[in-house]
Design a protein around this ligand. Sequence first.
Ligand SMILES: NC(=O)c1ccc[n+]([C@@H]2O[C@H](COP(=O)([O-])OP(=O)(O)OC[C@H]3O[C@@H](n4cnc5c(N)ncnc54)[C@H](OP(=O)(O)O)[C@@H]3O)[C@@H](O)[C@H]2O)c1
Length: 265
Amino acid sequence: MKNSYALVTGATSGIGLEISKYLAKKGYNLILVARTKDKLNYISKDLSQKYNVECDYFPSDLSEIKSPDDIYNFTKENHYNINILVNNAGYALPNAFHKNSMEEEEKCLRVLGISVIALTKKYINDMISNGGGKIMIVSSVAAFAPASSLQSLYGPVKTFMNRFSESLNFYNNKGITSTAVCPGYTVTNFHTASGVQKEMDSVPSFLKKSAKRIAEEGVEAMLKGKKVCVPTKTWKIIVFLLSILPKGLFELISDFFAPGRYNDV
Ligand SMILES: NC(=O)c1ccc[n+]([C@@H]2O[C@H](COP(=O)([O-])OP(=O)(O)OC[C@H]3O[C@@H](n4cnc5c(N)ncnc54)[C@H](OP(=O)(O)O)[C@@H]3O)[C@@H](O)[C@H]2O)c1
């Protein structure tokens, strides 16, 4: 398709940056979105030079209601056809539920949920008109885990995103696929940005995976049109165990998998 692009949110760091690099390496043109203009500018130039692809960027704060419209209008005005949409941007609130303000909760839910729905709603109509497209939603293993005392809305919104992604696959007959990529602990800026770096530091190292590995497995799953991807064997086994272990047993061993996450209130 002429002027076809992959749009990646949260492209300045961690998993989104690695997804952008991997897509560029595979020859896809890119539109990068995040808040930090300087980083977007640098990454955009770097990727287009290194991999000889078209790369543009749009700084936007996805916690603002108008952000998805602004992003969509930018791509329309520049005649960029988005045939891959990667909804990746995200963070979590550091505190227990009662300590966060409603405004903080709403902003976070907008980044992790509402903006994902709004961007998908915008681009899916173009994908239908163009005869197809690929959507990725970067979710989390938290979508499958029992409720936690810390970041109490993070797991539920990721479960919601998995269900949303699943329902988008009803558009398979229009050439559209949606892949929920569900990483476990990944070494990125996420834990510092979300105020839980101490928790991440005490996670056993065999449970921490590189953002590059998560991105590459996630992109390959998206390109194959898989519905759900839990990157790495370790986390596939854990997700399987989560589906069969009694909840009570998980609560007993939860401090090993997620120190501090189940006893913060
Ligand atoms: N790291 C993990 O252990 C882990 C595990 C499972 C799932 N995930 C998920 O993976 C995704 C990516 O996280 P990451 O680990 O790569 O974290 P990260 O390194 O902190 O990257 C987050 C990205 O999102 C952008 N972002 C944050 N808030 C934004 C906002 N309000 N508007 C626009 N962009 C925003 C950041 O850029 P700016 O600061 O420039 O805006 C950055 O590019 C998230 O959805 C997260 O929930 C992470």
